[in-house]
Ligand binder design. Structure first.
Ligand code: THU
Length: 148
């Protein structure tokens, strides 16, 4: 269920590290075309935090979201199990969830881990990944019975 909280210090130490990493990573965003800065961080089951920012390109369609940069950063170090992710952008009034492609990218690694959406005033909202993707298509979907 969705849950809102503030400020960061209401979170345990690891989660504070996570949301701070997402918040700070916004500063690295390469977004000269949209000027929309996004930072993301993921917390692995083993307690490590990996972060990423959005990276745009003059060939606009090549741009990649912060969420997928953070995930590929962790995945390319061998991590496959995640406790939580945090995403941060500069939108003031509403909590912003990830785009559809990034939601799908997250749920490849499970439906029952948490996503913290962080506003510039450092308030946050938490939802489970599974809540963000109704009727999900996951690795398990490939194992379901199909007509021959
Ligand atoms: N963006 C992200 O990094 N994550 C999202 O979930 C939504 C959008 C980036 C992509 C692009 O660089 C900019 O924000 C504007 O769409």
């Amino acid at each position: 269920m969705a849950m809102e909280g503030k400020p960061f210090d209401a979170l345990d130490e690891k989660l504070q590290e996570l949301v701070n990493a997402a918040f700070d990573m916004k500063g690295c965003a390469y977004c000269p075309y949209s000027n929309f800065h996004v930072g993301c961080a993921v917390l692995t089951e083993s307690g490590e935090v990996y972060a990423g920012c959005n990276v745009e390109n003059a060939s606009y369609g090549l741009s990649i979201c912060a969420e997928r940069v953070a995930m590929t950063n962790a995945l390319s170090k061998g991590h496959r199990k995640f406790r939580a992710a945090a995403v941060s952008c500069d939108v003031v009034d509403t909590f912003k969830g990830p785009c559809g492609a990034c939601r799908q990218f997250f749920i490849e690694f499970g439906l029952d881990w948490d996503l913290y959406m962080v506003k510039p005033d450092k308030t946050w909202m938490k939802m489970q990944m599974g809540e963000l993707v109704p009727l999900p298509f996951t690795p398990a979907s490939l194992q379901e019975e199909r007509v021959k």
